[in-house]
Design a protein around this ligand. Structure first.
Ligand SMILES: [Zn+2]
Ligand SMILES: [Zn+2]
Length: 307
């Protein structure tokens, strides 16, 4: 009896160990990162592992990639106008709502307000992942209106991740500011029309929606910082190191081809749990099974336009 128990225990322990090792293993290994993503912290490419002759003559990533150049040229004046309008409206609404929040704030509710704000930030992280996943994985640049205006930047970003660092404030933030406008408008409307008592009753929810809107609006700026390896202000690096905003090394995991994980780009807090739950993979299997569409077909098409 003793003889049987010992090997069984040993097997169980080693199975538990290997499960724990698999569970805690990095989502992408250092080698996968080096071989399948563009190294943005090394502008001279000194650390690049030698690749094929084709990779050297027709780049797989960067501003000289033919597909990236074609996508960059699709940025139109009409699109720029939409972005300018959205940035103007959104900044005004954030300023107005901030004043209202400060006026209505009651210090005795501070703990529930802090929890609501935290939930708002987590929701923004999840929302960033969902929108980023949907835009990366489905649809095509050829789609009317949506393709050229809203999917194009996602395709460009995978084959030239550094392009975002050359975009100005308007191009970086226009679309995210647009998404935040309806929520911020509703909050301003509530502040202007509701009674003091009604406002106090829903103030915790107001803080949730306000923080959600601010983090949604800031997401692509935070994303841009996660690609900026040179000249970043000290306070941004500090926020990245504290993991309050998306850290640079963390976001690099998303940029390993075929770009199938780590879609959350606000704080990145949800990336690891969603990866362990295989959340994106399961969604893709369900959608592919029900529609017949292949995930990332358009993304792959653009990645292959190298010459
Ligand atoms: Zn992406
Ligand atoms: Zn990125």
């Amino acid at each position: 009896m003793e003889d049987i128990k010992v090997p069984n225990l040993g097997q169980a322990a080693s199975a538990a160990c290997s499960m724990a090792t698999n569970f805690l293993a990095p989502v992408k290994t250092e080698r996968q990162i080096y071989e399948n993503s563009m190294l943005e912290d090394d502008p001279n490419a000194n650390s690049v592992i030698p690749t094929s002759q084709e990779d050297r003559t027709v780049p797989r990533w960067g501003p000289n990639h033919k597909g990236a150049q074609e996508l960059a040229n699709l940025y139109s004046t009409g699109k720029r106008t939409q972005e300018c309008i959205c940035v103007g409206i959104c900044i005004t609404l954030i300023a107005v709502n901030s004043i209202f929040v400060l006026i209505k704030l009651r210090l005795e509710n501070l703990s529930s307000i802090a929890i609501a704000a935290l939930c708002g930030i987590i929701t923004a992280d999840f929302g960033s992942g969902l929108v980023h996943w949907a835009a990366d994985t489905w649809g095509s640049v050829e789609l009317p209106i949506l393709g050229k205006n809203f999917l194009r930047p996602f395709r460009e970003h995978h084959i030239d991740p550094t392009s975002i660092t050359r975009h100005d404030f308007i191009e970086t933030n226009g679309d995210n500011f647009m998404v935040a406008i309806p929520v911020l408008s509703k909050l301003t409307w509530d502040f202007l029309t509701l009674s003091e008592m009604e406002m106090q009753q829903r103030f915790v929810w107001t803080c949730y929606w306000f923080l959600l809107a601010i983090f949604v609006a800031m997401t692509n700026q935070i994303h841009k910082w996660s690609h900026t390896y040179f000249g970043l202000p000290g306070w941004v690096i500090w926020l990245q190191e504290l993991r309050i905003i998306l850290p640079r090394k963390h976001h690099r995991v998303h940029h390993v081809a075929p770009h199938e994980t780590y879609f959350c780009i606000t704080t990145g807090w949800l990336n690891w749990p969603l990866e362990k739950l295989q959340f994106w993979y399961i969604l893709e299997v369900i959608i592919e099974w029900s529609t017949g569409c292949k995930p990332r077909a358009d993304d792959l098409k653009w990645a292959q336009k190298r010459s």
